[in-house]
Ligand binder design. Structure first.
Ligand SMILES: Cc1cc2nc3c(=O)[nH]c(=O)nc-3n(C[C@H](O)[C@H](O)[C@H](O)COP(=O)(O)O)c2cc1C
Length: 358
């Protein structure tokens, strides 16, 4: 039997019943004020019913001005609590862990959407983003922690801090974007400080068995592989997080940086000394073979994005067929409706090339 169905325990909180986690997926199905809709509830609880050991929400913004997408789930106000509470309860009801992803888009918040100039570690002409004061950075960190408290109050098992994909914490990490000269800019330790302080703040303020994780991505937006592995190692050595989620976009790819080519990107993370911190990876896992290969390469679990959009019950299908592979892309809108996508999510997926037919 594949290791994919072995339970996975974490330093804190309940174990995950198998090695499948739903990757955070923006689905643009929330109401304008960030409250949960039935479409978003159905999309996520259907994945819990389909056998995912953990179900993560989409990126949920911790400040109104951190919104990155229309229809994004909010976690910046107590008004979001009723929806979040219903969601967490019903994911957990299925025996799946409920995890909320905490996000702030920073300079990637469309000005038209948030109505003010977006925030950024340093000013950016192209997006019209303005540099945050040191006080605003401290407020941002406090708002990540407040959002984690809200997730805890709503009954989630844990939160993931979104430090990937060029959003605000990644903007701090990026030497290309962050030109600050206070304690949040300059050295790698200073650029990573916002992430470390968010994690420490959540640890201090949330219950002892709250599962806390970080998502990083090692490429684009000014990321240097050597810096991202150093941050990953520090997070693992500190042991304040329960898992690290590496968003690789393709688990089999090699690094873009010439100096690091010759082996796969994933191996730079599996080789770190992770202690009790668990390691998960995401990127084009569309079949049982690739999911198993990730575990064989030393990962603890896999995160499925598009594969989980295509099959709400991907884990159950793999359990029943060890050679399972996802349907060929593109698929029809009707097919995706059958997998629990509402109209807004369908429209959003049409913007992903080659996904929806027609
Ligand atoms: C439609 C869509 C929405 C996404 N939204 C998020 C998000 O909210 N937060 C995040 O960290 N990553 C997001 N991602 C990235 C996925 O979590 C995942 O890392 C990536 O898609 C690679 O996995 P896959 O090849 O299995 O889709 C998104 C990806 C897709 C396709």
């Amino acid at each position: 039997m594949s290791k994919l169905f072995d339970p996975l325990n974490f330093t804190r909180g309940p174990a995950q019943k198998n090695r499948f986690m739903l990757a955070p997926l923006t689905n643009t199905q929330s109401y304008k004020d960030g409250t949960l809709s039935d479409d978003e509830y159905n999309w996520l609880t259907m994945r819990a019913k389909g056998g995912f050991g953990a179900v993560m929400t989409c990126a949920s913004h911790v400040q109104a001005a951190g919104q990155g997408f229309p229809g994004q789930l909010g976690i910046f106000s107590d008004d979001h609590l009723p929806g979040l509470t219903r969601l967490a309860a019903d994911i957990r009801q299925e025996g799946s862990l409920a995890i909320a992803q905490l996000h702030h888009a920073g300079m990637r918040s469309p000005q038209k959407l948030i109505g003010v100039a977006p925030l950024c570690p340093s000013a950016d002409e192209k997006t019209g983003a303005r540099e945050m004061t040191t006080g605003e950075v401290e407020d941002l960190i406090a708002d990540f922690v407040a959002a984690a408290k809200r997730a805890e109050q709503a009954g989630f098992d844990g939160v993931e801090v979104h430090g990937a994909h060029g959003y605000i914490l990644c903007q701090f990490l990026s030497p290309d974007i962050n030109r600050r000269d206070d304690k949040y800019g300059g050295s790698l330790n200073n650029r990573a400080r916002a992430i470390y302080e968010v994690v420490a703040g959540i640890r201090e303020n949330c219950r002892d068995d709250f599962n806390v994780s970080v998502r990083l991505s090692p490429e684009r937006f000014g990321m240097r592989l050597s810096e991202v592995t150093a941050v990953a190692q520090k997070l693992m050595s500190d042991g304040a997080i329960d898992f690290l989620d590496m968003s690789l976009w393709d688990v089999r790819k090699e690094p873009e940086e010439d100096a690091h080519k010759g082996r796969n990107l994933m191996s730079y993370f599996t080789e770190l000394d992770r202690g009790k911190v668990r390691l998960g990876v995401a990127g084009k896992i569309y079949d049982a073979e690739t999911a198993n290969w990730c575990l064989d390469e030393g990962c603890d679990f896999v995160l499925l994005g598009r594969g989980a959009i295509l099959h709400h019950d991907f884990p159950d299908l793999v359990r029943d067929d060890s050679t399972f592979r996802a349907v060929q892309l593109p698929v029809t809108a009707e097919y995706l409706r059958g997998q629990g996508l509402g109209d807004n999510f369908l429209e959003y997926m049409s913007s992903w090339e080659g996904f929806v037919a027609g």
